[in-house]
Design a protein around this ligand. Structure first.
Ligand code: UDP
Ligand code: MG
Length: 140
């Protein structure tokens, strides 16, 4: 069993896609073990995406991620990190495979509707960014 951090980005929340996106993950057998809606400050968005601090898109990305509410969740399942990345699709919706969330809903490379941890190392930093151990309610 593996855990991964997923965020529905501001474009997804704004277009009322929260339910549809969670449904896609649930239908693939992933369990929602924590969930919250939050609005990130610019500083919080910069901290979350600190690995990208030297990339040319860092300012734009963190402006965008603090522009409206997001929904953060922890999904649990076998091979959850890789499976979530597959279900989301490529970063650029124009390059994402048919049926992926980014192909279905993504607007452009920045406003690509969802985030998912890219490795166990990332997940182990990103999950505690949003949730305490007390808030992670695994399958019983
Ligand atoms: N991003 C962007 N322009 C780029 C590359 C990335 O705006 O040229 C944004 C996009 O929202 C992406 C996020 O920065 O989801 C993080 O980039 P990364 O390469 O980690 O993509 P991801 O892991 O989200 O597929
Ligand atoms: Mg990434």
């Amino acid at each position: 069993m593996e855990r991964t951090l997923v965020m529905i980005k501001p474009d997804g929340v704004q277009r009322n896609l929260i339910g549809k996106i969670i449904n896609i993950f649930e239908e693939k057998g992933l369990k929602v073990i924590a969930l919250k809606k939050v609005r990130l400050s610019k500083e919080q968005a910069k901290a979350f995406y600190i690995v990208h601090k030297d990339r040319p898109f860092y300012e734009e990305l963190t402006d965008y991620m603090s522009s409206g509410p997001v929904v953060a969740m922890v999904l649990e399942g076998e091979d959850a990190i890789k499976r979530v990345r597959e279900i989301m699709g490529a970063t650029d919706p124009a390059e994402a495979a048919e049926g992926t969330i980014r192909k279905l809903f993504g607007l452009d490379k920045g406003r690509n509707t969802v985030h998912g941890s890219d490795s166990p190392e990332s997940a182990s930093k990103e999950i505690p960014f949003f949730f305490s151990e007390f808030e992670l309610i695994g399958a019983e």
